[in-house]
Design a protein around this ligand. Structure first.
Ligand code: GDP
Ligand code: MG
Length: 473
């Protein structure tokens, strides 16, 4: 039988095949899987998808343990904790992490759960089997969780063994200390998940995400501080074929991000084969002299990962390739390590408490714009811009007046909605997020205005706060 441990604080379950001593685990592998539950909803096991056939080798010795079974046909590994029959399955929210030693043997598995799953209640029947969680590891976990952002802790919290070099303690002032610090450009066509990735790292909305392509208009810098590194992300707008002038403006911005970055990350959607756009962007990225990493996002959303990986790999000579799911926070730690290793050594570039160099006003307008786009679906394309016109600290709340600019009367009608219902909905959703981000009450006063064809006029672009210096009209 393997050893089963539960870390309450991290809501993580560890199934270990071997006795672990510090420094054993050399690398980790994340795989999707399901919890196996009995009729009473109690956890009786887990089943993970190994994916590639060659991964079976990693688990050869683990299979000697009772309760470990590999189904060769489906390439799935099942770990059984209890005898009661399986009545239902539930998807693992973050996948399972297999810890491997330096000889590529699986040491064990780590499974993290969401609060909603209430894993503690589902472990009641197993409680007598659980091995006590080692206190020492908990102390280590605490230090790491404090030093890193929350989202990050999701991946690495309470790893029973961890040999990565780390600054001792949680020092907040490292200003003149030499760390790895630099700019990282996330480059890729619209909708591949660049903003989602950035948000997953920073645990807070610094860049807007929406199901529509091309929602990121200005390069947003998200700053991730780690004990040993400072990573400044430049979330470029997607590179695409310009259709109108705002489009070409965005392409320019993305191109401009390249010379300023220390590491270039080409982000693709692995659930789809490479398109012509991907090829063009790859070519542009590969011409640059900086290290280039291929990020294959949305691994959760495809069964064709292997096929598509090969196709993306052939687009160029990538220094390294990392498959991730920004949405499910899989593979993010590995990616971060690959990025950090390629950054120059030097002092931090920004104070450690800074998350973004985007101003609060810009952040607020982006939040409002996101709500407009999410609520109006296809009807309002990218012809909407938001500008904060007034910002005043009043007694009970911050008063913010913002203009939503559209191109046509009909679009204005859609945004306002019958009896103003839509605008109220947009306002309420935006206000909620703005309040959360500013930590204060907000009075949000939204106005909708029509500005004919503003996207074609450089002067109007300036009016909207975009820098038109690089605009080649
Ligand atoms: P960007 O245009 O490259 O910045 O893309 P976004 O971050 O705005 O994401 C575009 C869409 O892809 C959104 O609907 C995201 O929820 C979705 N998305 C992003 N990452 C993932 C992922 O890892 N898996 C899946 N299934 N969807 C994702
Ligand atoms: Mg984006």
């Amino acid at each position: 039988m393997f050893e089963l441990t539960f870390d309450q604080e991290a809501r993580a379950l560890y199934c270990y095949f071997t006795e672990i001593t510090e420094g054993d685990d050399a690398q980790e592998l994340e795989v999707p899987g399901v919890y196996l539950l009995d009729a009473a909803g109690q956890l009786v096991g887990v089943r993970v998808e190994l994916g590639e056939k060659k991964r079976r080798k990693l688990l050869e010795h683990a299979q000697r343990h009772e309760g470990v079974a590999l189904d060769e046909a489906s390439n799935r590994l099942t770990l059984t904790f209890a005898a009661s029959p399986v009545a239902s399955e539930e998807e693992l929210p973050y996948g399972a992490v297999i810890d491997l030693d330096s000889k590529n043997r699986a040491l064990g598995l780590e499974i993290q759960s969401m609060i909603e799953f209430d894993i503690e209640a589902r472990l009641e029947a197993l409680a007598p089997l659980l091995v006590e969680f080692d206190e020492e590891f908990e102390a280590d976990d605490g230090a790491e969780a404090d030093a890193d952002v929350d989202s990050e802790a999701v991946i690495t919290a309470a790893q029973p063994v961890d040999q990565r070099p780390r600054a001792s303690g949680v020092s907040a002032t490292l200003s003149d200390e030499s760390v790895r610090a630099g700019f990282v450009a996330l480059i890729g066509k619209p909708n591949v998940g660049k903003s989602t990735l950035l948000n997953a790292y920073l645990g807070q909305k610094v860049s807007i995400v929406s199901p529509k392509p091309q929602t990121t208009r200005v390069p947003v810098r998200g700053i991730l501080n780690r004990p040993d590194a400072q990573i400044v992300f430049v979330d470029t707008p997607g590179i695409h074929q310009p259709r109108h002038k705002l489009g070409s403006f965005m392409v320019d911005m993305a191109r401009r991000a390249i010379p300023n970055a220390d590491v270039l990350c080409f982000v693709v959607d692995i659930s789809e084969p490479p398109s012509r756009q991907d090829r063009e962007i790859a070519e542009m990225v590969l011409k640059a002299r900086q290290p280039h990493i291929l990020i294959l996002n949305k691994v959760d959303a495809t069964r064709e990962a292997d096929l598509h990986l090969r196709q993306y790999r052939h687009l160029g000579d990538w220094q390294c390739e990392v498959a991730v799911s920004a949405k499910n926070r899989l593979g993010l730690e590995t990616l971060l390590e690959e990025i950090t290793a390629r950054l120059p050594e030097g002092p931090r570039l920004y104070p450690e408490d800074q998350l973004s160099d985007m101003s609060e006003r810009e952040l607020v307008s982006e939040m409002i714009r996101e709500k407009v786009m999410l609520n109006t679906e296809q009807e309002i394309p990218h012809s909407v811009a938001v500008e904060v016109e007034e910002w005043e600290d009043r007694e009970k709340a911050i008063y913010i007046r913002a203009n939503i600019s559209v191109e046509k009367e009909s679009q204005k009608g859609i945004i306002i909605g019958a009896g103003g219902v839509m605008l109220k909905k947009i306002g309420a959703a935006a206000r909620y997020e703005i309040e959360r981000s500013l930590g204060q009450h907000v009075f949000l006063d939204l106005w909708v205005k029509v500005r004919e064809n503003w996207r074609q006029k450089p002067s109007e672009l300036r009016w909207l706060g975009y820098d038109v210096k690089f605009f080649k009209g």
